[in-house]
Design a protein around this ligand. Sequence first.
Ligand SMILES: NC(=O)c1ccc[n+]([C@@H]2O[C@H](COP(=O)([O-])OP(=O)(O)OC[C@H]3O[C@@H](n4cnc5c(N)ncnc54)[C@H](OP(=O)(O)O)[C@@H]3O)[C@@H](O)[C@H]2O)c1
Length: 232
Amino acid sequence: MRGICQIGNCLFAVEKTIVGDKGYFLYNKERWRGGRVVEGARLESVCGSNVTVSSNLILSAKKVLSNIMKLIIIVAADEDGAIGQTDGSVMWKLSDDLKIFKQLTSGFPIIMGYTTHLSIGRILPNRPNIILTRKKSQSVEGALIASNIDESLELAAKYSDTVFIIGGEEVFNEFLPIAEFIYLSRVHGHVGGDKYFFYNSEEWTEISSVDYFANENNTHDFTFKTLQSVNE
Ligand SMILES: NC(=O)c1ccc[n+]([C@@H]2O[C@H](COP(=O)([O-])OP(=O)(O)OC[C@H]3O[C@@H](n4cnc5c(N)ncnc54)[C@H](OP(=O)(O)O)[C@@H]3O)[C@@H](O)[C@H]2O)c1
């Protein structure tokens, strides 16, 4: 099941890839919530409505989500899709890419997995850092902790309707089905690694592309591409 239904002020976006086979996303103008809903389920528990989820209320969840929030994946990957290594070691030095990252994400909430937080090793300044972890007791000074995707978006929505998903592999995979844009720095070469980012090129349209060249600041040539989901 995949789609939305609108009931009064409550907008339900149903997206099976977010929470699992029968998960839903819900936005009621104030907060995101998550849970389980199946076709035929009654929605009293989520917004006090007694309307039943029916197939004729089901449209495109992705479209609704993108109307509410702009979700942008920002990632650097080599020509094989490699983005990193399990030990968190740095695979390239791309100062120009870091500048782009800083410029684009500053002021906006960023969502990352706990492993990526560890590999960065610090809180990135001037933007709310939202860290996903399933460990209930985890806390990170200077960051917001989210125990699931819904909660991470709920936190992000308090700051902005634009949110950047900054990695890593697991978190990119979870957000890819609902992201509107990918900002991809394609690093030229086969650098290697054991963490990857892949997307289906048939589902994304390239809307811009800028080349950067290896020099004293960049160990590799790379191309900064903006991709937009064709499902918007
Ligand atoms: N090149 C790039 O653009 C780029 C960007 C970012 C990261 N990276 C690289 O990517 C690698 C890390 O990727 P990764 O896949 O190992 O880890 P990750 O995606 O950064 O983090 C995974 C962790 O995040 C938490 N998590 C993920 N989904 C969650 C959810 N739905 N709800 C609650 N918590 C959730 C869990 O933390 P707990 O285990 O604490 O529960 C999970 O173990 C590193 O090598 C890093 O350097 C590369």
